[in-house]
Ligand binder design. Structure first.
Ligand code: C2E
Ligand code: MG
Ligand code: MG
Ligand code: MG
Length: 276
């Protein structure tokens, strides 16, 4: 039994060792990508539509992109958690903010009027960092247009603890003019009371509910309920992951007029949107 146990443990350890090595290699590659400026932003357009008028571009979501020379495209779904658990998020966040500030002239030229937003994703650790507010204030001083155009996307994971501290922080940020969106809404564990207490401008209906909207009656019921809830609370809704015309039509019919997804536009470098 001892022998078998030993083998079993060794096998398990080898797998763990491999996994660990893989993460270590990826982490080293990420560190050097950061220091060698190999990260970039893609901007995915957001649209507003209704039954009568045509679709209008109203914003962009900024999404981090990393293309490694050897490994190729690496999804933020893979490297953001790695950055989170290795203390690299401040660097990534700084990069995103600085890039958006650099891009703000070009961004504003992508819109027909002044009512547009550029949304960035802010992780729980970032928003809870001591210098978050001070840093944001400094950036708004340096680039006052951020106050009008920046939106911070946070997920429900931010709201799990420290709700009073988060509420205070969000109110201060809101008073600067910067808005909040609740990302991936419906996938977390937050209580509905947060929607009442916290200054969100809009809810992002998670793409998981949009995917089978046409075929799954529970998903349709959830989307309907989220829209009704948002309307009742005076919040806007935007649907993520709209991949087909049929999904767009259904969402508009249900009363969700803001849309983001591959059907309307993929995340692309800013240069692409300057031409389209
Ligand atoms: P998210 O904030 O919910 O971003 C939406 C994700 O859905 C993006 O994936 C986007 O490319 C993808 N998407 C958009 N439209 C469609 C569609 O029609 N169909 C499908 N299947 N997918 C669509 P991406 O770029 O891989 O990012 C994944 C996640 O990584 C983001 O989810 C966000 O949580 C995180 N992330 C990305 N950039 C940043 C960043 O700068 N900072 C932080 N903290 N997180 C980031
Ligand atoms: Mg997002
Ligand atoms: Mg999302
Ligand atoms: Mg997500």
């Amino acid at each position: 039994a001892k022998v078998a146990g030993g083998r079993c443990i060794r096998f398990f350890n080898e797998q763990m060792q491999e996994e660990f090595n893989h993460r270590q290699v990826l982490l080293d590659a990420l560190k050097s990508a950061i220091s060698m400026n190999q990260l970039s932003l893609a901007y995915q357009p957001q649209f507003c539509t209704d039954a009568t008028s045509e679709t209008k571009r109203i914003g962009f979501e900024a999404l981090l992109r990393w293309v490694d020379e050897e490994k190729g495209y690496i999804s933020p779904g893979d490297f953001i958690p790695l950055a989170e658990s290795n203390g690299l998020m401040p660097k990534l966040n700084r990069f995103v903010m600085e890039q958006v500030m650099n891009d703000i002239d070009a961004l504003s030229e992508c819109f027909s009027d002044d009512n547009w937003v550029v949304a960035i994703n802010v992780s729980a650790s970032q928003i809870k960092a001591d210098d978050f507010l001070r840093d944001l204030k400094q950036r708004v001083e340096a680039e006052p247009r951020l106050a009008q155009h920046l939106e911070l996307e946070i997920t429900e994971s931010v709201l799990i603890d420290d709700i009073d501290a988060v509420a205070k922080l969000m109110r201060e940020v809101s008073s600067m003019g910067i808005q909040f969106a609740l990302d991936d809404f419906g996938t977390g564990y937050s209580s509905l009371i947060y929607l009442k207490l916290l200054p969100f401008r809009r809810l992002k209906i998670d793409q998981g509910f949009v995917r089978d909207l046409l075929n799954d009656r529970s998903d349709e019921a959830i989307v309907k309920t989220v829209i009704a809830l948002a309307n009742g609370l005076g919040l806007e809704t935007i649907a993520e992951g709209v991949e087909t015309e049929e999904q767009q039509h259904r969402l508009v019919k249900l009363g969700c007029y803001q849309l983001q997804g591959f059907y309307l536009g993929r995340p692309e470098p800013l240069a692409h949107w300057q031409k389209h």
